[in-house]
Write a protein that binds this ligand. Sequence first.
Ligand SMILES: C[S@@+](CC[C@H](N)C(=O)[O-])C[C@H]1O[C@@H](n2cnc3c(N)ncnc32)[C@H](O)[C@@H]1O
Length: 229
Amino acid sequence: MRGRAWYQEEEVAESYEDERFGSRGGALINRRETEVLLSLLGDVEGTRVLEVATGTGRFAETMEREGADVVGLDVSMEMMEQGFERCGGLFVRGDGSRLPFREDRFDVVVAMRFLHLIPDPRPFVEEMKRVSRSSVVFDTFNSRSGRILYNRFLPMGSRLYGEEDVTELLREAGLGRVRRRDEFLFPFGGYRFAPDLLADAMETVDEALVSTGPGRALSSVTYWKASVK
Ligand SMILES: C[S@@+](CC[C@H](N)C(=O)[O-])C[C@H]1O[C@@H](n2cnc3c(N)ncnc32)[C@H](O)[C@@H]1O
């Protein structure tokens, strides 16, 4: 399991945010991912949220600021150490395929930038459903997108999903699909390495294109909110 080991390296954990969100383009990604997540979640004030694979807690912090009672779980203490400092939520070390919580313990369970790291997502999604009362939110990196240009070279490994893969995954877990958002025609790698002066223009073009049918079909990330039946 490359992704699991990769994020437990101290150097990888320490540079995680700087490398991804440190440039102008990187900051735009972070902002847009956060906006999409919050729009899918709706009002989280007073709700109990579990974030699986919380990493450095960037979304845990945001959801806590929005009034949610957040628990973050991750296999890497190295990643979560940054989370301890940035928010007051509870952080638990654990494996997403065996969640140490009872059924229906949370209102919502979220996993961002996670499903691409695991060879078989089924036990993870089943566990997310088991501990959630109302919905499960996650993202997938898409097989029909610009990500194919560099995906295979990523050292932590990265699995791409087609729409049919997710449909099957949701069906097998007994989840209902409610809402989806297709975003980022230009994949994350393009933004991260874009010169600062270009990043805003890229985002404007991206948002215009991804709001069209063909642009949506080629988006590099899809965000899913599935209801727990
Ligand atoms: C790309 S990071 C994403 C972190 C955070 N969700 C974000 O979007 O910034 C992936 C995270 O998945 C965690 N991870 C990998 N395998 C895991 C597993 N089996 N159970 C729980 N967390 C895991 C890694 O430790 C890492 O923190």
